[in-house]
Write a protein of this length. Structure first.
Length: 299
């Protein structure tokens, strides 16, 4: 974001502004955007389900993202939800203002509660911080009276409270320069801050992605520390085999000691201990060798 502060007025000047338009599928966002930008033949770049428009007005670059609309009467597809989340990251300079477009129909005395609720729910996809950057734009059909507009204001009261009452009424006779003034005032109020999305994913998906980054792969499975261990409870033979070696060593040591004592009585103590030790070692070696061969044959 290129920005400067005037030393005389202290006001913030931006060379680039990022704006996102968000509304239900009853809103012809493309038409609204072209009307506001004053470019009927404006063409945009498709980025997934979003469209990015970029123009220059005076000394400012303006990036406008058209997010996909939703159907208030049907469940929103996950792909559309992800595109709405992604829309706030498509402005090269960052998102300075989000225009929540609510259509005001000529034949409707007041909006349906479901439409307003759906708008609020889809805004929640972008976190609570988005309200700090939001202006509610009432896009009016030709011939809409003041009474109908007031009814919409009342119905959308909760939304207006969240965005501190920032609104703009778009009619045929509206001065578009007034909307850009409101946007610049919003940017000034936020001191040039942009909305940085926390994530484009659902919370569970974000946690999975975070773990994947930390571990390198979620396919890693911890080793089974119990694998290969004998089941002493259900297999008494395994218990016996587990303690066979130490029991054998102890038995042979005792046997060697007895043999040594017996030989020592006849040939001397030193000769008896030496003879008993050698015999114990030889017997132990032979027993373990036989046990090894037996295990190899079993397997």
């Amino acid at each position: 974001m290129a920005a400067g502060v005037s030393s005389k007025t202290g006001s913030l000047h931006l060379s680039e502004i990022g704006v996102v338009f968000l509304g239900n599928d009853e809103v012809d966002e493309s038409k609204v955007i072209k009307s506001i930008l004053g470019c009927r033949d404006l063409t945009g770049e498709n980025v997934g389900q979003c469209v990015l428009y970029q123009i220059e007005q005076a000394v400012k670059k303006i990036s406008v993202v058209e997010a996909p609309g939703w159907n208030s009467m049907q469940k929103t597809l996950e792909s559309i939800k992800k595109s709405i989340r992604r829309s706030v990251s498509l402005c090269p300079a960052g998102l300075h203002a989000l225009l929540l477009v609510i259509p005001v129909k000529r034949n409707d005395e007041e909006p349906a509660s479901g439409d307003i609720k759906a708008a609020e729910m889809h805004m929640e996809l972008l976190s609570e911080r988005v309200w700090k950057h939001t202006i509610v734009l009432f896009a009016c059909d030709d011939g809409v009276g003041e009474f109908a507009i007031k009814a919409y204001f009342q119905k959308a009261n909760k939304i207006l409270e969240k965005c501190k009452g920032r609104t703009y009424i778009l009619e045929r006779r509206s001065k578009i320069s007034e909307l850009f003034t409101k946007i610049e005032e919003l940017v000034e109020e936020n001191r040039g801050d942009v909305l940085i999305p926390q994530t484009y994913y659902d919370p569970l998906e974000w946690k999975t992605e975070d773990l994947r980054r930390r571990r390198g792969s979620l396919d890693w499975n911890p080793p089974d520390m119990t694998k290969g261990k004998p089941d002493f409870v259900n297999d008494p033979q395994a218990l016996l085999m587990h303690y066979a070696k130490p029991i054998t060593v102890i038995a042979l040591a005792v046997f060697g000691a007895l043999l040594g004592a017996f030989a020592g009585a006849e040939y001397g103590v030193c000769a008896g201990l030496l003879l008993g030790s050698i015999l114990a070692v030889v017997l132990a070696f032979l027993i373990f060798k036989v046990a090894e061969n037996s295990n190899c044959i079993d397997t």
